[in-house]
Design a protein around this ligand. Structure first.
Ligand SMILES: [Zn+2]
Length: 278
């Protein structure tokens, strides 16, 4: 089946008041393990290719993996660039067949974020591709780049940004961080409410690893429609590898990793679909 765009799956999430998971992918095995679980729940999937994967030279390999997987399922699958670093990188991914790109200009000046995001949107929308932008730099470790900047989005900036740039999704910092949390995260729901009151495009929560279920479900209730999960999924896969390394059989290890990754994905999908509401 042809790939879906981010805009399409976020519309589905808005209609059902759920959030779509974005799982970062770094190999064949993780997306392959996640799809059967998503099929069980009829859950659209966003596969994110991040900066670590691109630095490792995997952009085109992972593109091919996602296209092949999408051919074998009837689920809507989005191929998404995570934390696009520049206009040039976003364009390279769009030319390579990505159906969605994130441009993350949140670490630079606000006006520059607007200017580059606009250019990305212009290129993308002419080709039917979706764009996610970011405001309020999300802290923590982002593919090896750590940031200790305060990450609470400025609501006035959200208002101005969405009046000037027509993005399909907007990532906002509300106390979330990448990687695993050292202490329990404290999401600023008032700020999320204020952003949602501006009638923004679907909002995105990065750093979904380790946020407790009650907070995730409250965030979804208040308008979060895409939640990114990278660290927990990678860790689950690696735990499977570790547990089975004594077998000295690479496919047995992959299988053990896939079982752990699938279990983690199932937990997240159930949480994001609010199936076991608390
Ligand atoms: Zn992120």
């Amino acid at each position: 089946m042809a790939l879906a765009t981010l805009k399409q799956v976020l519309e589905m999430a808005s209609a059902t008041l759920t959030a779509v998971p974005m799982f970062n992918i770094d190999n064949i095995e993780i997306p392959d393990a996640v799809v059967p679980v998503a099929e069980k729940y009829d859950c659209p999937l966003i596969f994110g290719v991040g900066q670590g994967a691109i630095k490792a030279g995997k952009l085109y390999y992972l593109r091919d993996v996602v296209y092949r997987i999408a051919d074998q399922t009837s689920l809507p699958i989005v191929l998404h660039l995570d934390h696009g670093a520049s206009l040039e990188q976003a364009v390279e991914c769009m030319d390579a067949g990505f159906t969605s790109v994130m441009y993350d200009g949140s670490h630079g000046p606000f006006e520059e974020n607007i200017a580059v995001s606009k250019k990305v949107v212009e290129y993308a929308h002419a080709r039917g591709i979706s764009v996610e932008a970011e405001l309020g730099a999300i802290g923590g470790v982002e593919d090896g780049v750590s940031s200790d900047r305060k990450n609470l989005v400025d609501v006035e900036e959200v208002k101005e940004f969405i009046s000037r740039v027509e993005v399909d999704a907007l990532a906002i910092g509300i106390g979330n961080a990448h990687g695993l949390y050292k202490a329990a995260p404290n999401l600023d729901f008032d700020r999320l409410r204020q952003c949602q009151a501006l009638n923004p495009p679907p909002l995105v929560l990065h750093g979904g690893s380790g946020i407790p279920k009650d907070m995730i479900q409250k965030a979804i209730e208040l308008g979060i429609r895409k939640i990114n999960v990278a660290t927990e999924l990678r860790n689950a896969f690696m735990e499977g590898l570790e547990k089975s390394v004594h077998k000295r059989d690479i496919y047995a290890m992959y299988q053990a990793g896939a079982i752990e990754a699938a279990a983690l994905a199932e937990t997240k999908i159930r949480m994001f679909k609010r199936l076991d509401e608390i």
